[in-house]
Design a binder for this molecule. Structure first.
Ligand SMILES: NC(=O)C1=CN([C@@H]2O[C@H](COP(=O)(O)OP(=O)(O)OC[C@H]3O[C@@H](n4cnc5c(N)ncnc54)[C@H](O)[C@@H]3O)[C@@H](O)[C@H]2O)C=CC1
Ligand SMILES: NCC(=O)COP(=O)(O)O
Length: 338
């Protein structure tokens, strides 16, 4: 890590959504500027508009690299597009905007892989717009996995009281039972254990949820627990991982938030994200585990109904930047590797 503070690249996300204004609000916060050197990747016009909406007095500073720490009134931006007004109307994601989102993520990954940035914090994209622009990925997670050559990545959402990781991510609910596999559960437990240990909590205690009510009730309501999840948990235990499960999803979170578990492995998106957002809508962070680079994100989407109003909370964006900076410091220290 060059200099003293972690260098965090912040991708602008969808210019039609709340991304630019929450980034501006976050970077106007002195507590954020104290802990990192930021570089936004995106569109200078969209960011200037975001600065005005957020009501900050930052000034856009076009720059091809990180700027000195004492320029705290500047919002440094690596400009990769020059979008027309009609391509960034609030609430109307465009194909040009989708292309801009994609290019920002690619450039951020390139900088981190080259060692020219220490971590990425991403603002929300429209997955639909990125796909309509011809980039066929369910989200950042899968795109970053491909860009960095990561074989298997895991989506984690984290707050102070709860961390959840997902075996399946953006899948139709109807497909989930088929996609919950022995390898998928085991790999998710392994990656959760390795990266939570490295960055968040030494020797984490992990629980794994059931897929079906009452753990399948002895096979009456499904057999994935006995056939797939329990053997994967047992295999992880044999590797020395402190993990239990499958456990009934309806009660487990009650115990997890009391501190019984450092991470909860969930079978599908809403199983984990509903409790997480109930507790941590404002300060939750999405982290991609298993990448060779550090990537955090807000826990929310583009919030089209709020875009341009200045009413969107910037707290999750700030939490994502803080977590990226903390993780970069851990990585630089070389601590925590198994
Ligand atoms: N990391 C990412 O890039 C993510 C992107 N998305 C994308 O966002 C788009 C919209 O998805 P939705 O399911 O509607 O989720 P959403 O999170 O955009 O909105 C759900 C509700 O939460 C509110 N909300 C969201 N962020 C807020 C903030 N910062 N402050 C206050 N209220 C906020 C919205 O106003 C809305 O009422 C989709 O295209 C989806 O793909 C969704 C989640 C994550
Ligand atoms: N619901 C979380 C989400 O959609 C984030 O996806 P990603 O863009 O981080 O892959």
């Amino acid at each position: 890590m060059s200099n003293t503070k972690p260098r965090i690249v912040i991708t602008m996300g969808d210019p039609s959504g709340v991304g630019p204004e929450i980034i501006a609000a976050a970077l106007a916060d002195p507590s954020i500027r104290r802990i990192c050197r930021p570089l936004v990747i995106g569109d200078a016009g969209a960011m200037a508009r975001g600065i005005a909406i957020a009501g900050t007095d930052l000034r856009v500073l076009r720059s091809s690299s990180f700027i000195p720490e004492d320029f705290s009134d500047a919002l440094p931006i690596l400009e990769i597009t020059n979008l027309a007004d009609e391509d960034m109307r609030f609430g109307s994601p465009s194909i040009a905007g989708g292309e801009a989102m994609f290019r920002a993520i690619c450039e951020a990954a390139r900088l981190c892989l080259a060692g020219d940035a220490d971590a990425i914090a991403t603002a929300p994209i429209s997955k639909e717009a990125m796909n309509r622009a011809g980039h066929l990925y369910p989200g950042h997670t899968e795109l970053l996995a491909e860009l960095t050559g990561a074989e298997r990545v895991v989506m984690m959402l984290a707050g102070t009281q709860l961390r959840v990781t997902l075996v399946t991510i953006h899948e139709s609910l109807a497909d989930v039972p088929r996609l919950v596999t022995f390898e998928g559960v085991l790999d998710t437990v392994r990656i959760t254990h390795r990266d939570v240990h490295r960055y968040f909590k030494r020797d984490p205690r992990i629980s794994v949820l059931a897929l079906n009510p009452h753990c399948g009730e002895g096979g009456m309501f499904g057999d994935e627990e006995g056939r797939i999840i329990a053997p994967a948990v047992e295999a992880a235990r044999r590797e020395g991982i402190d993990v239990v499960g499958p456990l009934s999803a309806d009660t487990l979170f009650h115990f997890a938030v009391q501190g019984d578990y450092d991470a909860v492995v969930c079978m599908y998106h809403d199983q984990g994200l509903i409790p997480l957002k109930l507790l941590h809508f404002d300060d939750g962070v999405n982290v991609t585990l298993g990448l060779p680079i550090i990537r955090t994100s807000v826990d929310h989407g583009t919030a089209y109904n709020l875009a341009g109003t200045g009413r969107a909370s910037a707290e999750s964006m700030k939490a994502a930047i803080r977590m990226a900076a903390d993780m970069a410091l851990v990585k630089a220290s070389g601590e925590g590797e198994l």
